[in-house]
Design a protein around this ligand. Structure first.
Ligand code: NAP
Ligand code: MG
Length: 405
């Protein structure tokens, strides 16, 4: 293709580069599948660990602020440092998780969706379409206080208001030793969660399910249910009806039973703990972490796309030794297509939207034609599988893509 025919962009994407094997895949994806076809405009932020250390993690904050400004970002997987990483990279500090920092600034909710392909069969035979999990990422048991309590103790919850007035709620009088726990959440955080979920449902034209245990937790969980319903009625009902999608609330145990019997093809919004547990269940049942995409959606409608997996450290060390790896680039590629499509939609660039669709189709077709990386080759039920390395896979996708262009 000549330079002239490249698809033009208006607004830059915020590009957040990352670490290890995914940083290698990042460059390959751009070189092989994007640069030849798109006149790519990005505002580049290097979130690789060396540069985060060099900038005192300012680069992470800057990249999140840029996402607020432009509205769409694409992020490579990054190392969240632990003690071993501090030593390995001679870090000045054990920097916080970049995803945590970005999420706090954008006040967003993370939506995880599996890429479904023929040959990778979900463990639940009825699941035909992806199930997207939206996990509320603030409060509850993740910001709790808890204690063990001796026999004879009396536990009460004390609330002191701004004017000094006090309310006491009895918890339990302990005749034998036991445990207690205090939880909280914020209306504001639940509201953001609700808006992110409703926006994403409209965006992806899928039904939204939400479930809590409000029959037992008549104040705490009930508050979640009420906030979702109030926001839905006031701001979203009409839009949902226009788009032919529904918002559906049920009890968490009923939701679990329905999910297992369902065909998939909807968004399941979960409270923090439920989302933690259920996202692992859904991801495992769909087959592969390497096929799980992730997008952070803020309540004011900014989007940050990434893969759900990490930097695939074990493969990177093989790569450093000069070995060819067979690392799956699907989730990282879909982060790019997700971001390009969204940018195209926001800027009215039909060609860019259509390119993203074709690139996704080409990648899925490649796998369904039997060409795939090792992780999928070991699971696929297709006959005549050709296991390829990281680069060969992307070249095969390119060959398929050219048929559509
Ligand atoms: P990981 O990168 O998710 O990889 C764990 C294992 O899963 C790999 O060793 C590999 O198994 C398999 N795997 C994951 N993605 C794959 C892919 N695309 N293709 C093929 N196989 C894949 O987790 P990790 O190695 O435990 O963590 C490495 C670093 O990632 C950590 O420093 C962590 O902080 C970071 N991390 C970042 C994010 C993020 O930025 N969103 C998320 C999670 C973790 P085999 O070795 O058996 O082939
Ligand atoms: Mg978990």
């Amino acid at each position: 293709m000549s330079e002239l025919k490249k698809i033009a962009m208006k607004t830059p994407l915020v590009e957040m580069d990352g670490d290890e094997m995914t940083r290698i895949l990042w460059k390959m994806i751009k070189d092989i599948l994007i640069f030849p076809y798109v006149d790519l405009k990005t505002e580049y932020y290097d979130l690789g660990l060396e540069n985060r250390d060099k900038t005192g993690d300012q680069v992470t904050i800057d990249s999140a602020m840029a996402t607020k400004k432009y509205g769409v970002a694409v992020k490579c997987a990054t190392i969240t440092p632990n003690a071993a990483r501090v030593e390995e990279y001679h870090l000045k500090e054990m920097w916080k998780s970049p995803n945590g920092t970005i999420r706090a600034i954008l006040d967003g909710t993370v939506f995880r969706t599996p890429i479904v392909v023929k040959g990778i069969v979900p463990f639940i035979p009825t699941w035909k379409k992806p199930i997207t999990i939206a996990r509320h990422a603030y409060g509850d048991v993740y910001k709790n206080v808890e204690a063990t309590v001796p026999a004879g103790a009396k536990a009460e919850l004390l609330v002191t208001e701004a004017d000094g007035s006090e309310t006491k709620y009895p918890i339990h009088e302990f005749k034998t030793p036991g445990v207690i726990q205090g939880l909280h959440n914020l209306d504001k955080s639940i509201e953001s969660f609700a808006r992110s979920c409703f926006n994403f449902a409209l965006d992806s034209k899928q039904d939204l399910w939400f479930a809590t245990k409000d029959t037992i937790s008549k104040k705490y969980d009930h508050r979640f249910k009420d906030i979702f319903q109030e926001i839905y009625d006031a701001e979203y009902q009409e839009k949902f009806e226009k788009n032919g999608i529904t918002y559906f609330y049920t009890l968490i145990d009923d939701a679990v039973a329905r999910v297992i019997r369902s065909e998939g093809g909807y968004i399941w919004a979960c409270k923090n703990y439920d989302g933690d547990v259920m996202s692992d269940m859904v991801a495992t049942a769909f087959g592969s972490l390497a096929m799980m995409t992730s997008v952070l959606v803020s309540p004011d409608g900014t989007y940050e796309y990434e893969a759900a997996h990490g930097t695939v450290q074990r493969h990177y060390y093989k790569h450093l030794k000069g070995e060819k790896t067979s690392t799956n680039s699907m989730a990282t590629l879909f982060a790019w297509t997700g971001a390009l499509r969204k940018r195209g939609e926001l800027d009215g660039l039909g060609e860019l939207v259509s390119f993203a669709d074709k690139l996704e189709r080409a990648a899925i077709d490649t796998i369904e034609n039997g060409i795939m990386t090792g992780d999928l080759a070991s699971m696929s039920t297709l006959p005549n599988i050709q296991k390829v390395n990281s680069e060969e896979f992307l070249l095969a996708v390119k060959e398929q893509l050219e048929k559509f262009l």
